[in-house]
Write a protein that binds this ligand. Structure first.
Ligand code: SLL
Length: 157
């Protein structure tokens, strides 16, 4: 597929985590006693009508080594991982694009480093009674001189 010169397409994305205190009734016999929080880390396009599955083969979330199977693979949306735990750490979210030949994507796999937050971090926000914390960040995936095929995928309604 031919490349389109002097064009770049930005896809607005959101990533981050939600966390809430783990309540006693939510625990199961498999929940470690030292786990205090339940959290979800996620990646998604801002716009609901954008389908990245023709471009993204899988998304991996690399968790702290204290987790079993610390690299979690997701082959389709929603691209997110829910876990319980006690500590904050850096999650590496990696987007693996389909092999370049067909789409002409020569960009490297895109990586996002997200510092998972379990504890309130914004002094301007009154802490919520259930210990909820929301950290959502904005970024853009930029495709420079996309092929016609990638252009079509990213601009379809
Ligand atoms: C810290 N550097 O010391 C960080 C590490 C690790 C978090 C945090 C549970 C893992 C499990 C978990 O919360 N790990 O289930 O064993 O704060």
């Amino acid at each position: 597929s031919k490349r389109i010169k002097n064009v770049s397409i930005s896809v607005p994305i959101l990533y981050g985590n939600h966390s809430v205190r783990l309540e006693p009734e939510e625990r199961t016999e498999r929940t470690p006693a030292d786990h205090t929080h339940k959290w979800t880390v996620f990646f998604k396009p801002v716009l609901d009508n954008i389908d990245l599955t023709p471009l993204i083969k899988r998304v991996t979330f690399k968790l702290h080594e204290t987790y079993e199977n610390s690299v979690r693979l997701l082959e389709k949306p929603p691209y997110q991982v829910t876990e319980t735990g006690w500590g904050e750490f850096e999650v590496i979210i990696k987007l693996h694009f389909h092999p370049g030949a067909e789409l002409g994507i020569n960009e490297k796999n895109f990586q996002i480093f997200h510092a998972l937050k379990l504890h309130p971090f914004n002094p301007l926000i009154e802490p919520l009674p259930n210990g909820e914390v929301h950290l959502v960040l904005y970024d853009e995936l930029v495709f420079q001189e996309p092929t016609e095929k990638v252009f079509e995928i990213l601009t379809q309604k």
